[in-house]
Design a protein around this ligand. Structure first.
Ligand SMILES: O=C(O)C(=O)C[C@]1(C(=O)O)C=C[C@@H](O)C=C1
Length: 361
């Protein structure tokens, strides 16, 4: 058999498989429509989006994956299939920290898939407000970066908002130097969000020691500014380069190769248990010796592991500091529930911000 004949034979098989895949994907979509009918028949407060079910499906797909495709890769494919199925039930409106091309938009699409409608907002507080008002179904906000630490504005919003955390997304962050300049030597100004400038400090010190660094509110804004100034560059994502027609002058200029940002999905309710969950809460105690140790002891008593703790000034005047704490486990799990009951008795403030599946993708 000639190599052309061999190729044709394999391509015929691929055509047959594609036809079968298409039939199965459409059959799956009809099942999602049936699910929607059953949910509708139940009436009040229908929950089309089920984060725990999605996490369960994606985890199972990764476990069952026989290869040769990577587990992450197959999970991403199924993420998109589920996203399209959910859009048949109800198209979701997702608010994110804009403008288009920000990492927060990338995080929103990674979490919900591309069949949702994403809406950019100029400030984290706007996203909370729109979700609270019901104009968006969910919001996606950045919460911590592995190089620069917490995004304080997001944590501050949780102090006053009734919204709950329904999910988390982690995103590998790569920064690039984008410009319309023909050579790096022509660049006099570098725009970016202050956290991104900080994440690329070492590289900028070496490659552009004399360029002025100007902090702006988002990396996409930086890209927009660089697009209109041939002596300027932006530190931003590849998506921003495409969106604002900028050349990538230098790739992956972040100082830490494992640079990741964690985002939270906020909504009117949190998630039912998925089997691998986290619970976030806001705690406060009196400012006295041993108070923090006593505050956290219910977790230790129940053998619950704490995955994060951050402190913030409360700004309420009543308590000096509040603590944002993440623990492993769902608030409905007996050990976590018991720890929360104990905390409610001991802490000045104990606000559960929600339980949600650990990030799968
Ligand atoms: O199982 C459900 O409740 C569904 O709506 C189906 C489905 C899916 O495509 O598998 C779609 C959306 C939900 O977020 C979870 C799962």
């Amino acid at each position: 058999m000639t190599s052309d004949e061999q190729l044709n034979q394999v391509r015929e098989r691929i055509n047959t498989i594609d036809a079968e895949l298409l039939r199965l994907i459409c059959e799956r979509a009809s099942c999602a429509q049936d699910v929607a009918k059953i949910k509708d028949a139940h009436g009040e407060a229908v929950k089309y989006y089920r984060p725990e079910r999605e996490a369960e499906i994606l985890r199972r797909i990764k476990l069952q994956n026989p290869g040769p495709l990577d587990g992450e890769e197959v999970a991403r494919l199924f993420r998109e299939i589920m996203s399209a199925c959910l859009a048949l039930e109800k198209p979701l409106e997702i608010g994110y920290l804009g403008p288009a091309g920000t990492f927060t938009q990338a995080a929103a699409l990674k979490h919900f898939g591309h069949s949702v409608h994403t809406q950019p907002f100029g400030a984290i507080s706007d996203i909370f407000r729109e979700v609270e008002a019901g104009a968006c179904d969910y919001g996606v906000v950045p919460v911590e970066n592995s190089t620069e630490g917490v995004v304080n504005h997001t944590l501050d919003m949780f102090m006053r908002s009734p919204l709950l955390i329904a999910g988390e997304v982690t995103l590998r962050i790569h920064h690039h130097l984008l410009s319309t300049a023909t050579e790096i030597g022509a660049i006099r100004r570098v725009y970016s969000h202050q956290q991104s400038l900080a994440q690329c400090r070492g590289w900028l010190d070496r490659a552009l020691p004399n360029a002025e660094r100007i902090a702006v509110s988002t990396n996409a804004d930086a890209a927009k500014l660089a697009a209109g100034d041939p002596q300027a560059a932006a530190v931003a994502s590849e998506a921003a380069a495409e969106l604002y027609s900028l050349r990538v002058m230098a790739q992956r200029i972040e100082d830490e190769p494992g640079n990741t940002t964690r985002f939270l999905v906020i909504g009117p309710e949190d998630s039912p248990p998925s089997g691998h969950d986290k619970t976030s809460m806001l705690l406060s105690c009196r400012n006295e010796a041993g108070a923090l140790h006593r505050l956290l002891s219910p977790f230790a008593n129940q053998g619950i592991s704490m995955t994060r703790i951050e402190s913030r000034p409360s700004r309420q005047g009543v308590w000096d500091y509040v603590f944002f704490v993440d623990v492993s486990g769902h608030r409905a799990a007996p050990d976590v529930a018991k720890a929360i009951t104990e905390l409610r008795g001991a802490a000045n403030l104990c606000k559960v911000l929600g339980s949600y599946p650990e990030a799968v993708l």
